[in-house]
Design a binder for this molecule. Structure first.
Ligand SMILES: Cc1cc2nc3c(=O)[nH]c(=O)nc-3n(C[C@H](O)[C@H](O)[C@H](O)COP(=O)(O)O)c2cc1C
Length: 363
């Protein structure tokens, strides 16, 4: 298959691969810049950045300044395409959007919450606004809302299916029967709902699929079904440039298929993670005493939450994996080595080029 470029608004990436934003601190400047240098789009996660102690009193300012540092660092390492991932459930989401835009980021990827006011918060800047959705229904809702309120449409959608890592936009029941909610099923639906908006605004609305995409063959398959590109997370964790601890990466390498499970996150959404000592402990009847340090999440019910998710994610990032939460995608168990981003991207590109896509040939 010929490797297509990925166009999102005014951005044209040579390689149709977006490295997904991964919090807390999993995808920072070094990973994002390496992906951008390899021709893809690198995404900085804006979640839980900065000195933890200082954040206890000045969460918003510390987060903002740390995001500015990450964006500037990434920009100093690449001239390629960079994005910032922002979760709508964050108490400082609006501030992070304004900060990323003020720093001249090319694309804001917005998930875990409806981006009802995103165009207004981002302002008139030349930034591409790309919501993450898990259904055609929500995509339609966002486009209808933006059309009515702002007379504009999205620059693209990340369509995240049920095999992704981190928080998931599906109910526990849906995740029990993921074959009924696969990307293969949702992609044609979303391609249909964007059509009238593409006509109205005279531009294409690229759909970037995410979740469980592992190799070049998977990418080629998605492209042949109409995706403009793919977003991948787990595979980028096991790269030299990903800043998580060695222990975090080793947990991926050690994980068996059955170790990867669905959890109920304090964020109020299900998530996918590696079943480790930490998860076994928090699944038990005992509840940890939580000292909420900075109210990072609007949705977190501190009184009933079994643990502080920010603390659990920082612990695994730092290497204390027995006391931390390790998010990963459903296919993470297939990863068997740590490589450079360049090696991984070259392997994926070669895989797309050599992929056999019978459906495409038949079309
Ligand atoms: C460790 C980890 C952390 C993640 N954190 C976030 C996040 O903070 N925000 C977000 O929108 N998606 C997050 N994701 C989802 C990824 O951006 C990506 O869409 C997903 O991992 C794709 O599935 P894959 O891992 O099977 O490639 C996370 C995924 C992982 C593996």
């Amino acid at each position: 298959m010929v490797l297509p470029k990925l166009t999102i608004g005014n951005m044209v990436a040579d390689v149709p691969i977006v490295q997904g934003g991964m919090g807390v601190r999993v995808s920072l400047s070094s990973l994002a810049a390496a992906v951008a240098n390899a021709g893809g789009i690198g995404t900085i996660s804006s979640i839980g950045l900065g000195d933890i102690k200082a954040s206890e009193t000045e969460y918003e300012r510390i987060s903002r300044e740390a995001l500015i540092r990450e964006i500037r660092k990434a920009k100093s390492m690449t001239n390629g395409h960079l994005a910032v991932n922002i979760m709508g459930v964050l108490s400082n989401a609006d501030d992070l959007v304004r900060t990323a835009v003020a720093e001249g980021i090319g694309m804001v990827v917005y998930g875990a919450g409806l981006p009802t006011k995103l165009p207004e918060i981002a302002g008139d800047a030349n930034v591409n606004l790309v919501p993450i959705v898990s259904s055609a229904r929500v995509a339609e809702l966002i486009m209808r809302m933006w059309d009515k309120r702002y007379d504009r449409t999205v620059d693209g959608f990340i369509l995240e299916g049920p095999m992704a890592g981190g928080h998931l936009g599906f109910s526990l029941d849906q995740l029990d029967a993921i074959e009924n909610h696969s990307l293969d099923l949702i992609l044609p639906q979303i391609l249909d709902v964007v059509k009238p908006y593409e006509v109205k605004y005279g531009r294409s609305i690229p759909i970037i699929t995410a979740g469980g995409i592992y190799d070049g063959q998977d990418i080629a398959r998605m492209l042949s079904f109409g995706a403009a590109g793919v977003q991948m997370g787990s595979r980028f964790v096991c790269t030299d440039e990903c800043g998580v601890s060695q222990e975090f990466k080793q947990a991926y390498l050690d994980a068996k298929e059955d170790d990867i499970v669905i959890i109920k996150s304090p964020v109020g959404m299900p998530g996918r993670a590696i079943r480790n000592k930490f998860l076994i402990r928090v699944e038990g009847p005992e509840k940890q005493r939580i000292k909420c340090r900075y109210r990072c999440l609007t949705a977190c019910k501190v009184a009933s939450a079994k643990y502080c998710i920010a603390e659990a994610l920082v612990k695994s990032y730092e290497g204390d994996v027995d006391n931390g939460l390790i998010f990963c995608g459903k296919n993470a168990y297939r990863i068997d080595k740590i490589v450079s981003v360049k090696t991984l991207m070259d392997e994926l590109i070669a895989g797309v080029r050599s992929a056999e896509i019978p459906e495409l040939k038949a079309a």
